[in-house]
Design a protein around this ligand. Structure first.
Ligand SMILES: NC(=O)c1ccc[n+]([C@@H]2O[C@H](COP(=O)([O-])OP(=O)(O)OC[C@H]3O[C@@H](n4cnc5c(N)ncnc54)[C@H](O)[C@@H]3O)[C@@H](O)[C@H]2O)c1
Length: 338
């Protein structure tokens, strides 16, 4: 391996093409090859980013000129591709979630258990400068002992109905990021989960596909630290991404971002700002960038990723606990599902 990590990209859809651009812009990484089952998606990405378009995923795994793999394909392919990459000794950065089925995730874990090939999971929000600064301030003791954590995560608009139908449900698809953020900040594993979810935005669609569009989840760690996650598939004022920590000596808040800092004051309003950054690609631009850098660093330095396979698995365990709580209308011990 040289001083630039040559990455093979699997999946050239919405998030894949964003990663492709970041990989080529980042000084530590280069896009070597791409593969998508949709030939035109592969070809477009390859042409745009100066990479080889492969006709099969195995061409990426077998290529000695490729140092590592980024998996940005449809969720149901992640576990298979992680196993193939690890078998080929290629470090992996895999998008969340690992799979929608905890049994499949556990099988994948067992199959790669003997390997030390790094597997990083795409929980990009850990790399958001604001959220990370919040955690660092907490770790530095700035607000004393953590007592409560509030995570607000609301999308600007409903995803397409076709996406909702195969997403795996709000907890596995959307809240999974927040379960990981909770674990990242709490510093202790949640041991109890209680979830409420409702169909307030698009009841017809949600009923038809058995999903929910509005949710609140409360969790508690063994020492009594509390966390509330607040999700909505729609917030009319935009993509709402906030983290708040209450400690014994103060409070920390990681706030929303606007594209610039203009504030308008008039007879009818004060401190009116631009709308929030549109959606995840814009809001978490720096986080995705730092995520690629962290992956390159861990592969080049021979260390394990900061956010690894077990983090991906544990976030899914919390999603399963939330579903059990919802269906049985009770507080669920995380042990019950894992
Ligand atoms: N971390 C984040 O913020 C974030 C954001 C969006 C999506 N995601 C995750 O990224 C993954 C992709 O999401 P997306 O929104 O880009 O979806 P998408 O549908 O836009 O793209 C997926 C691509 O994978 C391709 N594909 C499907 N099966 C394949 C296979 N077997 N081999 C090769 N290519 C295959 C499809 O043709 C498509 O081009 C999902 O798992 C999703 O949960 C993560």
């Amino acid at each position: 391996m040289g001083d630039v990590l040559r990455i093979g990209l699997l999946g050239c859809g919405r998030i894949g093409i964003m990663h492709a651009a970041n990989i080529n812009m980042h000084p530590k990484t280069k896009l070597a090859a791409v593969y998508d089952i949709d030939d035109s998606a592969s070809k477009n990405a390859a042409d745009t980013h100066g990479a080889i378009a492969c006709g099969h995923a195995d061409e990426i795994f077998a290529n000695p000129e490729i140092d590592a793999v980024l998996i940005a394909t449809a969720t149901e392919t992640h576990a298979d591709y992680i196993e193939s990459a690890v078998a080929a000794c290629k470090p992996v950065l895999c998008e969340k979630p690992i799979d929608l089925d905890l049994a499949r995730v556990n099988l994948c874990r067992d199959r790669i258990a003997d390997s030390t090939v790094p597997v990083q999971i795409g929980f990009n929000r850990r790399f958001d400068p604001g959220h990370r600064a919040c955690r660092n301030a907490l770790l530095a003791g700035e607000v004393g002992e953590l007592r409560q954590l509030i995570i607000i995560s609301r999308d600007p608009a409903m995803p397409p109905s076709e996406y909702c139908a195969v997403s795996g449900g709000i907890f596995r698809d959307m809240t999974i990021h927040d379960f990981d953020m909770a674990r990242f900040i709490l510093g202790e594993e949640p041991v109890e989960v209680v979830a409420l979810a409702n169909r307030l935005i698009d009841p017809e669609l949600m009923n038809r596909i058995g999903d929910y569009d509005t949710a609140m989840i409360t969790m508690r760690t063994a020492t009594g630290r509390q966390c509330i996650i607040n999700n909505s598939r729609v917030a009319v004022y935009g993509y709402d991404q906030r983290v708040e920590i209450l400690g014994s000596d103060g409070m920390l808040q990681s706030e929303n971002q606007t594209p610039h800092a203009l504030r308008r004051h008039s007879a009818s309003q004060t401190a009116a700002q631009e709308p929030y950054q549109n959606f995840f690609v814009e809001r978490y631009r720096e986080a995705y960038w730092a995520e690629i850098g962290a992956f390159a660093d861990c592969v080049m330095n021979g260390t394990q990723p900061e956010v690894g396979f077990e983090d991906g698995r544990r976030a899914l365990v919390l999603a399963e606990a939330a579903y059990l709580s919802l269906s049985e209308k009770r507080v669920v011990a995380v042990d019950e599902v894992d």
